[in-house]
Design a protein around this ligand. Structure first.
Ligand code: 2BA
Length: 109
């Protein structure tokens, strides 16, 4: 057994969970926040048989898109009048960040 942990964008999570559950996978969604952008994202946990891991990853790839975000390196209000204002910085987010880790023991009681 493997635990697949996928950090995905909120915009993709409903479609991803629909596709995974339609294929018979059990999944848990947790609300999470990216450490860099400090924006909400979603973390999905799936306990799956080892031979199913590739199919799960393919499904995640199909459902999760790469998107551009723009962030301001410094808040507008911190700039003195007439001083240089930095341009927004472009950041590419996603499609998904995926971790696959072994499960020593799995029980449903
Ligand atoms: P965030 O930490 O909010 O990062 C959002 C995006 O900002 C990242 O997209 C990446 O393009 C950029 N970024 C992150 N840290 C950066 C840095 N120190 N310098 C420059 N740019 C940086 P993704 O790589 O697609 O990551 C999307 C989200 O996945 C992350 O949101 C975070 O919640 C999670 N994540 C990514 N890598 C992770 C890791 N190694 N461990 C745990 N969570 C991770």
């Amino acid at each position: 057994m493997k635990l697949v942990i996928a950090v995905v964008q909120d915009k993709d999570v409903d479609n991803l969970l629909f596709r995974l559950t339609k294929k018979g996978y059990r999944a848990t969604k947790m609300a999470s926040t990216g450490g860099f952008l400090r924006e909400g994202n979603s973390t999905i946990f799936l306990g799956v048989e080892e031979e199913k891991v590739d199919e799960v990853i393919e499904t995640i790839k199909d459902c999760c898109s790469l998107r551009e975000h723009f962030i301001n390196p410094a808040p507008y209000t911190s700039a003195a009048p007439g001083s240089f204002l930095p341009y927004p910085m472009r950041v590419e987010v996603g499609g998904a960040t995926i971790f696959v880790i072994p499960i020593d023991r799995w029980e449903r009681v």
